[in-house]
Write a protein that binds this ligand. Structure first.
Ligand SMILES: [Zn+2]
Length: 300
């Protein structure tokens, strides 16, 4: 079986300008610049290369893995299975369903706790280590679940689905994501509905708008939350960063958004429910958030 080595395409990369790493979008790279510049992965900083994309496939320019230079293991751009590869392997996408993995942050915490307990059980099976794709045999007739780990995984998967040519399959796969493991900007009501009927997952994805003035509420350690805005104004989302680091990153995001002369940034987050409360005619959904990201696969 063919091994996937190409890694994922990246809409952005870094290059060095006056000795400093500077972000650039693949669509903004001029042919001249391409020849004289070395580009680096925005996450793990290994060298990457610019590709014009195939005009026949109407693909936009992107960055991809540089020859013999894989991304570092933890990099989100390390190779991952695309729908096309899955389909080639299994024969069908009909039975593909989606789940959400425990956030990395909590997985790490569990590990740390185990370590401090002084567990000597070194022979324990490394259950969290994933098998190489070629070792997994999938029965095409059986329901198969793909667990998404990060917000970027989600956005990537959605763009991958969007690119699929089979329209009915496309909507089938989207139905298995929207309102099930992912609540988009216009679907906050579904969080409440699913909570009521007991189908809300322990961890799920949410997206919405984060305004630039949210750094004010994030600054206060006593009520360190930000609001995320969706379409329905009678439902308000309060998001509580799980760690100080996430808090800081969120504040940085608001600064960057302001620098770019924008009023808000559209973000996705990985969350779990704290509680749902009613205040007057408004419903407030409180969420712990473990990670957030912007959608790098959608161009405006
Ligand atoms: Zn990388």
């Amino acid at each position: 079986m063919q091994t996937v080595i190409k890694g994922r395409s990246m809409p952005e990369a870094l290059y060095k300008k006056n000795g400093k790493y500077t972000r650039i979008r693949a669509v903004d790279v001029h042919p001249k610049m391409k020849e004289s510049t070395t580009f680096y992965c925005i996450k793990c900083k290994v060298q990457v290369t610019h590709s014009q994309g195939k005009k026949s496939e109407q693909s936009k320019p992107y960055f991809r893995r540089f020859q013999n230079t894989p991304h570092l293991t933890n990099c989100k751009y390390a190779s991952r299975k695309t729908l096309q590869e899955y389909e080639r392997e299994v024969g069908t996408l009909e039975n593909l369903h989606y789940g959400v993995k425990t956030p990395l942050l909590l997985q790490q915490q569990d590990k740390d706790e185990e370590n401090t307990k002084g567990s000597n059980d070194e022979q324990k099976a490394p259950s969290s280590i994933e098998k190489h794709p070629s070792e997994i045999v999938i029965n095409p007739k059986k329901r198969h679940k793909k667990h998404l780990l990060t917000v970027d995984d989600l956005f990537y998967e959605l763009s991958d689905i969007e690119d699929h040519s089979d329209i009915s399959l496309k909507s089938k796969l989207k139905d298995r994501i929207y309102g099930k493991i992912y609540y988009s900007y216009s679907q906050y009501i579904e969080i409440i509905n699913n909570y009521k009927n007991g189908s809300l997952k322990d961890y799920f994805f949410v997206s919405g708008k984060m305004n630039i003035n949210e750094f004010i509420t994030l600054k206060d350690p006593l009520k360190s939350y930000a609001e995320l805005y969706g379409k329905n104004t009678s439902i308000r989302l309060k998001i509580y960063p799980y760690t100080d680091k996430i808090n800081k990153e969120l504040r940085n995001l608001t600064y960057r958004t302001r620098e770019n002369h924008k009023k808000y940034e559209f973000i996705g987050l990985l969350a779990s429910l704290r509680k749902i409360i009613t205040e007057g005619d408004k419903t407030i959904i409180e969420l712990d958030i473990f990670e957030f990201d912007t959608d790098q696969y959608r161009y405006n």
